[in-house]
Design a protein around this ligand. Structure first.
Ligand code: PLP
Length: 393
């Protein structure tokens, strides 16, 4: 099928859930995607903050090949070797003691929400309410949509799950006001990714941790976007000098393979058999992938690269801010955003795509960058060259 026929089939066959440009991606290699016409694109969204090792990394391809020949799925009713090996490795790199694996971030957050409510039921007189923040994003299941702080989602698909109290990000007074004897948890992204890369203040996070300690409320960090080296440390919580009680991971944990996780401290190992599950939990192929992704991130020092390249990108953007007519360059590691002074975000995204660069506009005037963690200085030069051309034309 040629590209035009492929596009026609997509437009007539797929449910209308997203506005997509008229290109069909066919291949990936390192920092690049290639479409069916053979055009190459420098990928600065990395599969939506997912492909941390780049596209089709050899180590991942090899692991998938070997594991696919050995065991793809044994059923959630059994332990399997990759599940045990990966959980051990993951837990050795963070401050948590227990893990449950899922396929998507939304499912991981569902697991965290259930665990928090179980805690409320067992330890806090049946408390069920969870405090979240405006502008947050926690997923697209009905419950995680309810937790999410997008104003225009409030009325969608009702009735949704009740019990989520929205507060203002970086405003401790707003959080304090929302706490009651019904509160079982506070759930927060240390950096709101989909919300436009809004970074939590250190004091805000420390105050939330203290409030949670005093009131025996669980602190849940949604690190689905910020985890796995994205923000310059393996997990973003490390930069705040606090430890959450529960953390969720997704995106980069599978390097492009659907994988996510809920992690908890030992004292919150409160599920009983039957409370939580899923056909694909701990599926051997996903577990083998997770293990090799983490080994590569650590073994190749890609977390340090995330920090260094992030600093470089932000320095270059700031140094050229007037010429590019951009402002509020912000971020940590390779989760970066800036605002456009006059141009429209989606228009810039289209122009860059035409010129062979993929970037994202999470808001009408905001551009977000989340390149693979393998990005080099040469890639940064090319990114800036295309961006400058697109902003000045
Ligand atoms: C912070 C955060 N939480 C949850 C999710 C949902 O993850 P998924 O799309 O894998 O369900 C996302 C996805 O963008 C996210 O950025």
């Amino acid at each position: 099928m040629d590209t035009q026929n492929l596009l026609a089939a997509a437009q007539s066959g797929l449910l209308n859930t997203a506005v997509r440009p008229e290109v069909v991606m066919q291949q990936g290699r390192g920092m690049y995607l290639f479409d069916t016409e053979g055009k190459q694109y420098l990928d600065f969204i990395g599969g939506w903050a997912v492909n941390c090792l780049g596209h089709c990394p050899p180590a991942l391809v090899k692991t998938i090949e070997i594991q696919a020949r050995t065991l793809i799925n044994a059923s959630p009713a059994f332990y399997n070797k990759p599940m045990i090996e990966f959980s051990e490795l993951l837990l050795s790199h963070c401050s948590f003691d227990r893990v449950f694996f899922t396929s998507t971030g939304a499912e991981a957050n569902e697991g965290a929400i259930k665990l928090a409510r179980k805690y409320g039921q067992l330890k806090k007189n049946g408390a069920t309410e969870i405090i979240t923040t405006w502008n947050s994003f926690h997923g697209r299941t009905l419950t995680t949509m309810s937790a999410t702080g997008k104003k225009h989602w409030q009325e969608l698909f009702g009735p949704k799950t009740s019990g989520f109290i929205k507060t203002t990000f970086n405003d401790m007074g707003s959080v304090e006001q929302a706490v009651s004897d019904k509160t079982c948890a506070i759930m927060i992204e240390p950096i709101q990714g989909e919300g436009g890369v809004n970074i939590a203040d250190h004091q805000f996070i420390r105050d939330i941790r203290q409030l949670c300690n005093e009131q025996h409320i669980l602190l849940i960090f949604d690190e689905i976007q910020t985890g796995m080296g994205r923000t310059g440390t393996l997990f973003c919580y490390e930069q705040y000098g606090v430890e959450p009680d529960i953390m969720t991971l997704g995106k980069g944990i599978g390097g492009g393979y659907p994988l996510a996780a809920v992690l908890a401290k030992e004292q919150f190992d409160l599920f009983e058999p039957g409370d939580q599950g899923g056909t694909y939990t701990g599926q051997p192929l996903a577990m083998a992938v997770g293990k090799v992704v983490l080994e590569e991130l650590v073994g190749r020092d890609l977390v340090a690269n995330s920090h260094q390249m992030g600093v470089l990108i932000m320095e270059r953007l700031r140094a050229n801010a007037d010429q590019l007519r951009i402002e509020r360059v912000r971020g940590k590691g390779l989760l970066i955003a800036f605002d456009l002074r006059d141009m429209d975000g989606p228009a810039l995204v289209s122009r860059c795509l035409e010129q062979g660069l993929i970037i994202n506009a999470p808001g009408p005037k905001t551009i977000r960058l989340m390149p693979p963690l393998i990005v080099t200085e040469k890639d940064v030069d090319q990114f800036l060259e295309i961006l400058t051309r697109c902003l000045n034309n």
